[in-house]
Structures are given as C-alpha cells and as structure tokens.
Design a protein around this ligand. Structure first.
Ligand SMILES: Nc1nc2c(c(=O)[nH]1)N[C@H]1C(S)=C(S)[C@@H](COP(=O)(O)OP(=O)(O)OC[C@H]3O[C@@H](n4cnc5c(=O)[nH]c(N)nc54)[C@H](O)[C@@H]3O)O[C@H]1N2
Ligand SMILES: Nc1nc2c(c(=O)[nH]1)N[C@H]1C(S)=C(S)[C@@H](COP(=O)(O)OP(=O)(O)OC[C@H]3O[C@@H](n4cnc5c(=O)[nH]c(N)nc54)[C@H](O)[C@@H]3O)O[C@H]1N2
Ligand code: SF4
Ligand SMILES: [Mo]
Length: 750
C-alpha cells in the first residue's frame, strides 16, 4: 500500500483545512476582517462539521472549522467556500407567480393568498389526499416538524415524503429490520479505534471527506489499520486502500454473504454473542435458526461470490479474515452504492449481519455505521418521522397506539391521523402524473433534477393539472422553472434551527445575518401557510425555539429520547449525541451499550441490549443475491452508474454559485474505460449519446482507467445535462428507494 505521511494527508485532494491557523482557502474567504464569529454547522453533507462564520455588518466574510467539534477544526473545500453561496446573483429575493405562462414578480401577500386558496380549494373539492408536501434532509428540524404536523394532524393527509427516500430509506429500513429502530449505534470516535474499515459503495474521499481524512489520520498513527473498499469503480477512496474489490454493479450481496461463510468456516464467529443477542429471519419474519442460517451460507462459497461479482476468491477471503480476526475492531461504512439499489435494505441487513456474527458491535471501533448523505436527513426527516409511513421518533402511521400518542402530543382529537401510509417520493410524483395529487409544496429539494427517470416526473410537475409551489433560495432551478409559485427562502445562517447528522449528533445553527431582499425562513412561510389554511391553533409557533419545546416532548420516553437537549444546552455545546434524557446526561456515544446508553439500564446483565425490539435481540437475516432491476443486454449493453464529485453538491444550485468551484468538474462527462472506447471506436473528448429505455443524453466521453470495463459513470450535478433522464425508477420493495446506481444504456456516436 502507499505509505502515508503528514504531507500526503495535507496534499489530499480532499483539501482539508485547519480552522485555527487559516490555511490558504480559509484566508481567501476572510475577504474582510469579521466583527464577530457565530457558531454554526456546515450547510452541506451529513458529516455535520462544526464551523464558525465570521460576520461583518450583514455579510458573512469568513468561515473556519470549529476546533471543539468532532471535525477538530477541519473543513473540506466546499465548507471553506460556504460564504459565497449566500451572495450568489441567482439568489431569489422576491416571490414569483406564473402568469400567462411566465413567472413574474409578485408580493408575498399575493403569493401566499394564492397558495392557500389553491390548497384549500383542492382539499375541499378532492379531499386531503389531493395535496402533498415534498421535503428534504436539508431542511431544519423545526421546519420539517411544522410541515409534518400541518400535513398529518391539520390537513389530515399522509402525502408527505422527502428526498431522504432517495437516499437513506434503505439504511433506515436496514436498521429497523435488523435492530428494531432506525439510526446508527456507533459514533465518529469509533474511527479513531478501528483496526479495519470496511467501506462498501461509499466514495468517502469525495462525499464525506472529513471522515475519510479521520480514517487516514488513524492509519498514519496505526499503520496496520486496514482499509477495504468495495466499489465497481476505482474511486479516490481507494487511493489509500489496502484491499479493493471491484464487483460487477449490483453483485456484492454475494461477497458479503461469502464473507459470513468464511467467518463461520474459519471459526471467527462469536457463537456466545449470537446465543445471547441474536435471532434469525427470512422474508419479513424472524422465525429461523442459526442452523438455517449456516445452511443458507453454504451456497455462498467465495468461489460462488467470485463468479457472481467478478472479484477474486483470495480478495473475498482476505476481506473476511481482516473483518473477522479476533482482537481487531472493525467498522463498516456504506452509503449510496448500497442504499440506491432494489436490494438496498437487504444489503444493509447483511452488512449488519457481519457485525452480529463476529460480535464486533457496540465496542470502540466496532460498529455497522451507515454514513448519512444530507446534513439533517437523520435529525429532521428520519427521526422526525416526516416520511409518508412514519410519525415522529420511531412511531408508525399504521400503529394505532403511535397515532394516539401523536394525536395527544399534537393536541388533536383521537382518530385525526389517517391510519393509511401515504406514497413514497417516487410514488408521490406518480400520483401527480395520474392526477390524484393536484397540488404539491416542494421545500429545500430540487426534484425536477434529482428524481430518477426525471423526464417522466418533470412532465407531471409541469402539467396544468398540477399546482406546483417551490420554496427556493435560488432561481431558476430545474424545479422552480416548472413551478406555479416560487417562494424566496432564507438560506443556512440567515435563519435558526437544528441539524442532526450521521452519529445522532444534534447541533444548533445560529442565525448570523438577515436574508437578502424579501426572502423568509421556511419556518415562517410554513407557519403563515398553516394560519391561512385555518390551522393557526395547531401551529401557534412564533419562533423555531417554541417548536423545539414540542419536539423535545415528542422524543421523551421513546428510543430517541433527547428531551434533555434544551436550546440552552445546544447553544453552549459543540454538538450533543442522543439518547440524552432530561437532566444533566452528557449524551450517548454508543447506543445499546450498558454504561453508555441510559436506555439500556446500568444493571443489565449483558454488555449490550438491543432494546429496539421487544425481545431485546437483533436479527440476522438470510438475504439472497438477486440481479439488478435492469440487466444489460444486446440493445443496452453498458451499465450506467451515477454519483458525486468532491467539488459539487447535488443539483449545484449552491456549489455552482461559488466562483472557485463552478469551473471544477461541473460539466457532466461520460467516464469510460480505455478498452470500451477502443471497442466502440471512440476517443477521449468525442461527443457521444447515452441512450437508456427512458431517455437520451449527449455528453463528452472521458477516458479513464478508473472506470470499470462495461460501465459508464456520469455525475449527477450538471443542471444542463441531467443524467436522471436515463436512470431507472425501479424501487426497493421495502424502502421504496430507487435504483439510481444501476441502469442499462448503449452508447452512440453523435
Ligand atoms: N461532494 C459531495 N459530497 C456529498 C454530496 C454531494 O452532492 N457532493 N451529497 C451527500 C449525500 S446526500 C449523499 S447521499 C452522499 C453519497 O455519498 P456516496 O454514496 O459515497 O457517493 P456516490 O457517488 O453517490 O456513490 C458512492 C459509490 O457507489 C458506487 N456504486 C455504484 N454501484 C455500486 C454497486 O453495485 N455496489 C457498490 N458496492 N458500490 C456501487 C459508485 O461507483 C460510487 O463510487 O454524499 C454526501 N456528500
Ligand atoms: N442520478 C442520481 N440522482 C440522485 C442521486 C444519485 O446518486 N444519482 N442521489 C439522490 C440523493 S442521495 C439525494 S439526497 C438527492 C438530492 O437531490 P436534491 O435534494 O433535489 O438536491 P439539492 O441540490 O440538494 O436540492 C436542495 C435544493 O434546496 C435549495 N435550498 C437550499 N437551502 C434552502 C433552504 O434553506 N430553503 C429552501 N426552501 N431551499 C433551499 C437549493 O438551492 C436546492 O435547489 O438526489 C438524489 N438523486
Ligand atoms: S465534510 Fe461535509 S460537513 Fe464537513 S466541511 Fe465538508 S461538506 Fe461540510
Ligand atoms: Mo443523499
């Protein structure tokens, strides 16, 4: 493996910067000496780095990493350049209403009156299920709380979902089926204790750079620390890997099952742990035995996995040995290469299995740790229960007792909440297409760009039969261009609220400056809408802090209990990890662990208690490898995968506004292996057409050894070249998450 030095780390493409001694980029952004520093959180990824913004007058002139937060003063290139997203010329500063086919300037009163009237009229004529809300893992917790309460308790519709369905739904489904409750049990500190990192479908060097850098720091200190990366492409994350497996897209369940096979065969399983803490299941039922599981694993020999995945037998065995070796702490991390698959939940389950069968769970450095994408997917939408089948803090729409609890907390009469779960994200837009949903409010997400099979849903959103409201910080976007009303939203430090990141860490973002023009915080806009729809009593809040009081109460007594996280404590702390019940509890690094998690009980006989399920056990699931939804064939012989680059954020409304980032990598290109180019008689720089069963896209071909032969990678960020016209809207049957990562395409020369 490549030797690591301090110099290597500092020269990493991730470009991490120390906050204290301003590194070049940080200084570049101290465009004027700030008058004051305000503590907040990075706007971008689910790493949730703490930052301070430097403010002069009403302008953010600098940013630096928070040394007392988990990121220890580091921020990545996107974080360092945050101030410029606030002042982009494309910031929307006043409402827009569509008149005669064109979006024209309107007053707030006109815009809000129109939105309220159209929603009211639609509900009266067609019922509450004719309207919908589509939210985001980037909205603040209090904003999401208001939207969820308004929809489920006020309008009495479960037609509320959000972009975490495109992202974390399979991880949530995996945690719930394996452990009874959502959310990871480990913490970032585990990175400092792990001896093995097992990364599957995660390009952390680009997507979670500060966590990746923390892994490298550990490797530098403890050179025997192993990094294993499983990804069909050769990624930047593999630069420092000790073992790389490059499976055929979609064929890595066989690898993970084969690792379990080897772990048992070589005596690396922790049979005592299994006896105490584990039950077994297949399908949806936990009704199997360890013998059933071992019989199931017999078929998954390393030879079979090698044949399925195209990886080498030795590498699969090596991965299993490093993972399972006694005395080594092992941390798995995974992201969209696992979740965005029709087998997403199943692959999550079997990654959890590896930790259960080795007992490498709930110990320093040993944990199954799904990395979250968005900064508040955990805190706002998953924990807050703002998906169509959920209610806040682990409660379910379909569970009568849970509905009663929320009705009481929300102060509405019993029977108010509709017992039928609403549609998931993609299904919601299918209902727009079919005309059952006639009005949609979209907030802090850009579905006209980010949905799979996008042309289909763009057409539905643009239709005369759909009244589309978009709350946005910028205009035009690929969604605001389709809207009937666009509401200008305050952004990031122009408002206040809570974000909850990957490790159950909740943090307060303080308001630092006033929003530009007439832009308003989403919280205020939603409260205004609630009042206009006659739900002022239900949504009486004047400030996000008032809503937070209700949120604390709703968490109390649940498996999420963070009722001790008062505004004051959040303001003083540099992040707090739940469970954190009322009182002076310091918070929980490792969930389910005796002596750390207050919900386990100090006198519990064993070191862990998986209290998410009533039998206090976790489930090892028998999950078979299946093919992806769309396999390649003679007409569509290449496999398309999509994802991210370091410098850009999703639909690039923010990073595309930063002059230093805009020129870097924003144009989507088709990354192809030299052998494929040769076979197709193409060369680097040629214009080509990618054709799938759903659409066509013209791009420049880029030759790279990093591509997998037979596969093409296109990033998702370019608003002018929407890769989602090609992707497939096939869904995981459990999580309803789309298979963004695998589609069949052919390549034509332009
Ligand atoms: N710079 C940047 N960082 C971000 C974001 C961003 O937009 N830009 N977005 C944030 C969000 S919301 C998210 S969800 C995360 C996503 O973070 P990641 O999931 O790490 O990023 P992706 O590039 O979407 O996909 C990861 C990898 O999955 C691989 N993959 C594709 N198919 C398969 C397969 O069949 N098996 C396996 N094992 N791997 C496969 C792809 O080749 C890709 O390298 O990033 C977060 N961080
Ligand atoms: N092909 C392909 N498609 C994908 C994926 C993939 O890997 N491949 N990944 C999927 C995943 S994991 C995700 S998370 C989604 C992300 O997809 P989106 O959520 O659609 O992408 P973003 O660009 O993050 O959209 C956030 C929008 O909110 C706006 N905004 C920012 N701050 C505020 C605010 O405070 N208030 C309001 N009202 N608006 C604000 C931004 O300008 C931006 O337009 O994409 C999904 N789509
Ligand atoms: S790693 Fe994520 S949260 Fe941290 S600075 Fe970079 S984009 Fe922001
Ligand atoms: Mo995501």
């Amino acid at each position: 493996m490549t030797p690591l030095s301090r110099r290597h780390i500092l020269e990493l493409p991730t470009f991490a910067l120390m906050g204290e001694a301003p590194a070049p980029a940080a200084r570049a952004f101290a465009v004027a000496e700030p008058d004051r520093w305000v503590k907040t959180v990075c706007r971008y990824c689910g790493t949730g780095c703490g930052v301070y913004v430097g403010v002069k007058g009403n302008t953010v002139t600098a940013v630096k990493g928070d040394e007392r937060n988990h990121n220890a003063g580091f921020v990545c290139i996107k974080g360092a350049m945050l101030p410029q997203i606030l002042t982009s010329p494309s910031r929307l500063t006043h409402p827009l209403i569509r008149r005669g086919g064109k979006l024209v300037r309107a007053s707030w009163e006109e815009a809000m009156a129109l939105v309220a009237a159209r929603f009211q009229e639609t509900i009266e004529r067609h019922g509450p299920e004719a309207v919908a809300f589509y939210g985001s893992g980037q909205a603040l917790t209090e904003e999401t709380w208001v939207a969820n309460k308004l929809m489920k308790a006020g309008i009495r519709s479960n037609n509320i979902d959000g972009n975490p369905r495109l992202c974390m739904a399979s991880a949530a489904g995996g945690y719930i089926s394996s452990f009874g409750k959502d959310e990871p049990m480990g913490c970032y500190e585990d990175i400092d204790h792990a001896d093995v990192y097992f990364l599957v479908g995660s390009n952390a060097a680009e997507a979670h750079p500060i966590l990746y850098q923390r892994m490298l720091r550990r490797k530098e200190r403890a050179p025997d620390t192993k990094l294993i990366v499983v990804d069909p492409r050769r990624t930047r994350t593999m630069q420092y890997a000790d073992l790389t497996l490059l499976p055929k897209p979609g064929m890595d369940l066989s690898i993970v099952n084969a690792m379990a096979h080897v772990i048992f065969k070589e005596g690396l399983a922790d049979l005592e742990f299994l006896r105490q803490h584990v039950t077994y299941g297949a399908g949806a039922e936990a009704n199997k035995t360890i013998e059933d599981y071992r019989t199931f694993l017999e078929a998954y020999t390393p030879q079979r996995a090698a044949a399925d995945s195209g990886c080498r037998v030795e590498d699969i065995v090596q991965a299993a040995r490093w993972f399972g070796e006694r005395g080594r702490a092992t941390m798995s991390m995974w992201t969209m290469g696992v979740n965005q698959r029709i087998q997403g939940v199943w692959l999550n389950n079997i990654l959890n299995n590896l930790h259960l069968i080795t007992g490498k769970i709930g110990l320093p450095g040993s944990t199954p740790f799904s990395l979250t994408g968005q900064p508040n997917a955990c805190g706002g939408v998953r924990d807050g229960g703002a998906l169509s089948h959920l209610l806040p803090y682990g409660r379910l729409v379909a569970n009568e007792q849970h509905r009663r609890q929320m009705e009481e907390l929300w102060g509405v009469s019993a029977g108010t909440i509709n017992p039928k779960p609403g549609p998931s994200a993609v299904e919601l837009f299918q209902a727009v297409e079919s005309g059952t949903i006639k009005a949609v409010y979209v907030m802090t997400t850009n579905p006209g760009h980010s949905l799979p099979n996008a042309s289909r849903y763009r057409k539905a959103m643009a239709s005369e039969d759909c009244f589309l409201v978009v709350a946005e910080a910028y205009h035009p976007t690929r969604t605001s261009e389709l809207a009937d009303v666009v509401l200008p939203a305050a952004l990031w430090v122009e408002k206040e609220g809570v974000y909850g990141c990957t490790e159950r860490r909740y943090q307060l973002l303080e308001k630092a400056i006033q929003p530009p023009g007439e832009a308003r915080p989403d919280f205020d806009i939603l409260c205004d809408l609630a009042r206009r729809l006659g739900h002022g009593k239900l949504i009486p809040y004047k400030t996000p802090a008032e809503a937070w009081e209700d949120i604390l109460k709703a968490s109390k007594g649940t498996a999420y209990d963070f009722s001790g996280m008062t505004r004051e404590r959040l303001r003083a702390a540099h992040g707090l990890l739940w469970p954190l019940p009322e009182g002076n509890h310091p918070g929980t690094k490792r969930r389910y662990v005796r002596g750390d998690d207050p919900l386990v009980g100090a006198s519990h006989a064993q070191r862990v208690r998986f209290y998410g399920r009533s039998d206090n056990k976790a489930v090892v699931w028998l999950r078979d490898q299946k093919p992806p939804a769309e396999v390649t064939d003679a007409d569509y012989p290449m496999s398309l995968t999509t994802g991210r680059v370091l410098e850009h954020w999703h639909t690039a409304t923010m990073t595309g506004s930063v002059p230093a980032l805009r020129p870097l990598n924003l144009e989507a290109v088709a990354e192809l292996h030299p052998a494929d180019l040769k076979r197709l008689n193409l060369k680097d720089g040629d214009r080509i057409r990618l054709v799938s069963r759903r659409g066509k896209l013209t791009l420049v071909a880029r030759e790279t050894e990093n591509a997998r032969e037979g596969s093409v990678f296109v990033h998702m960020h370019d608003p002018e070249r929407l890769v989602n016209v090609l992707t497939i809207d096939a869904l995981d049957p459990g999580s309803k998450e789309p298979e963004f990562k695998i589609a069949a395409v052919r390549i034509e020369k332009e």
